[in-house]
Write a protein that binds this ligand. Structure first.
Ligand code: NIG
Ligand code: FE
Length: 413
């Protein structure tokens, strides 16, 4: 069955061919067609154009949807999430309200280790149900492709359990999903004084088992003071490369950690967080193909600095935004809120934020030929907004859900 969406007020991010990643000053423009139609055939975009050309479409056996007053965008892409987890952690939120820091809670065995203890006790089926509920929730809020990390397992069995859940989510063919292996998320208590042994577990036991079952697309590490050092991260990225896993790493969240340099040196697809970077890290990124990814909802929730988006864009870099949806530092996968924070707190324009959440985010998952733009042959995952007059309404009207309808695989979701 085909779906024809007509009278679209503005069809946004339209391209004739796969767009290049959007860098620097180019991030401030977004191509569009006013008073447009788009025709979907199965899970693909078949055609689109101005309404005065809609007469060329054979409207037999075509379902129609009128979008008068509404914008149509490519569904947003969330290139960094941790949506497979057992339980929320609002008790730690309250501890932080009472003055404890994220680092202090982690140091005392809370944080990631708290999530790992809860996940170890949960069955694969229950984990799958929870993650699927979150996946459907973020789709309804605008997301049409997503990356999901392991990293709350921290043992061979529990990491495999998480990655198998992600594989089952992939197999639903709901939205494109990429899986990242994040065994190096935190040192379990018993390995705090024996890093070597945990690194051995990752390299000799987790990686071969993951590769054997084809459970991961990428390898990640939390390169941070008190977590994994640049040297340890470098070692793990090199071991991951032996299995064809490209790095996407957590870098420079809490301190100038050396994570950006390690990521770039290992050809990382992206380095994510970047709340703590200097000119040295920005210079390092300008000589690379590594995509700087910023997670402003994490800055909001932990009340830490925001990544310097303006400096990165001024350096002609292609910046990306993502949610970081996880139970500790960012219990939200709402990319509409990410867009508002990017504009209000990081001084990005609505156009820059949209490029960061569509084309550049698609590149951060190597899915640029599938999602992130409106193009013939691309996947028919679309976001239809409520009535609005300009793109700026999206970040402006924070807290309101601007999604009227999500189209996933060519069908109303
Ligand atoms: O990206 N920084 C490391 N990982 C997550 C937080 C994980 C947690 O607290 O559970 C993040 O912020
Ligand atoms: Fe994260």
């Amino acid at each position: 069955m085909k779906l024809l969406i007509t009278n679209i007020k503005r069809l946004v991010q339209v391209y004739d061919s796969i767009p290049e990643i959007v860098k620097g000053s180019k991030m401030n423009s977004v191509p569009y067609i006013d008073d447009a139609f788009i025709l979907l055939n199965g899970d693909r975009i078949e055609d689109f154009g101005p309404m005065d050309e809609v007469s060329k479409i054979d409207r037999n056996e075509v379902q129609e949807l009128d979008a008068t007053g509404q914008f149509v965008l490519p569904a947003l892409v969330d290139s960094h999430t941790h949506i497979v987890f057992a339980k929320s952690r609002e008790e730690e939120f309250e501890m932080r309200l009472n003055g404890k820091s994220y680092e202090e809670i982690a140091e005392a065995g809370g944080g990631i280790l708290n999530s790992a203890r809860k996940l170890a006790k949960m069955s694969e089926d229950d984990l799958f149900e929870g993650a699927l509920r979150r996946l459907k929730q973020i789709i309804s809020l605008g997301t049409g492709a997503v990356e999901i990390k392991s990293g709350y397992g921290l043992s061979v069995d529990a990491e495999l359990k998480m990655l198998r859940v992600i594989k089952r989510l992939k197999e639903l063919d709901l939205v494109p999903i990429k899986a990242s292996f994040l065994g190096a998320h935190a040192y379990p208590m018993e390995f705090r004084e024996n890093h070597q042994e945990y690194l051995r577990l990752i390299v000799e036991e987790m990686l071969p088992a993951i590769a054997k079952e084809g459970l991961a697309d990428y390898i990640d590490a939390f390169c941070e003071n008190g977590f994994f050092s640049p040297e340890e991260t470098d070692y793990l990225m090199k071991e991951g490369a032996k299995y064809g896993l490209k790095p996407k790493i957590h870098a420079n969240q809490l301190a100038v950690s050396g994570g950006v340099q390690v990521g770039v040196a290992n050809g990382a697809i992206s380095v994510d967080h970047l709340e703590q970077i200097t000119e040295v890290e920005i210079d390092c990124l300008t000589n690379s193909n590594t995509i700087p990814t910023m997670l402003p909802s994490c800055s909001f929730f932990l009340n830490i600095p925001y990544a310097p988006a303006r400096d990165l864009i001024a350096a002609d870099l292609p910046v990306c935004l993502a949610s970081d949806y996880n139970p500790g530092s960012t219990p939200s996968g709402n990319l509409q809120f990410v867009m508002s924070l990017a504009c209000v707190k990081m001084k990005m324009t609505p156009e820059e934020a949209l490029n960061a959440l569509t084309i550049n985010a698609a590149y951060a998952l190597e899915l640029q030929d599938e999602v992130g733009s409106i193009r013939k042959g691309a996947k028919a995952n679309l976001l239809i907004t409520r009535d609005m007059d300009s793109l700026a309404y999206l970040p402006y009207s924070f807290g309101e859900n601007k999604v009227d309808t999500m189209i996933i695989n060519g069908e109303v979701f």
